[in-house]
Write a protein of this length. Structure first.
Length: 91
């Protein structure tokens, strides 16, 4: 196993652990140790990779609708990465 694949395995493990934790209470607050970890999860949730999370993408990951409303600070019906990370580290 080279360094790259080792890193990918580690990254995947962190992501799976994060997803499992998120599924437990539908919340993204206080779930990530670093902003990079939150950014990696954002990419996972952004299924069509347009840089925005819709309520449909959000709920597919088992996240709560109330959380989506809090994260969508611009109230445009979509959560961008900045809003997502702000919500993840908000409280
Ligand atoms: Ca999207």
């Amino acid at each position: 196993m080279n360094m790259f694949s080792h890193g990918c395995v580690l990254f995947t493990g962190v992501l799976i652990a994060s997803c499992a934790a998120l599924a437990a209470d539908e919340s993204i607050e206080k779930k990530f140790k670093t902003r990079d970890e939150a950014a990696a999860y954002f990419i996972l949730v952004d299924e069509n990779k347009d840089g925005l999370i819709t309520i449909e993408e959000w709920r597919k990951q088992g996240l709560g609708a109330e959380q989506f409303g809090k994260a969508d600070t611009t109230k445009d019906g979509k959560v961008d990465q900045k809003e997502f990370i702000a919500q993840a580290f908000c409280c």
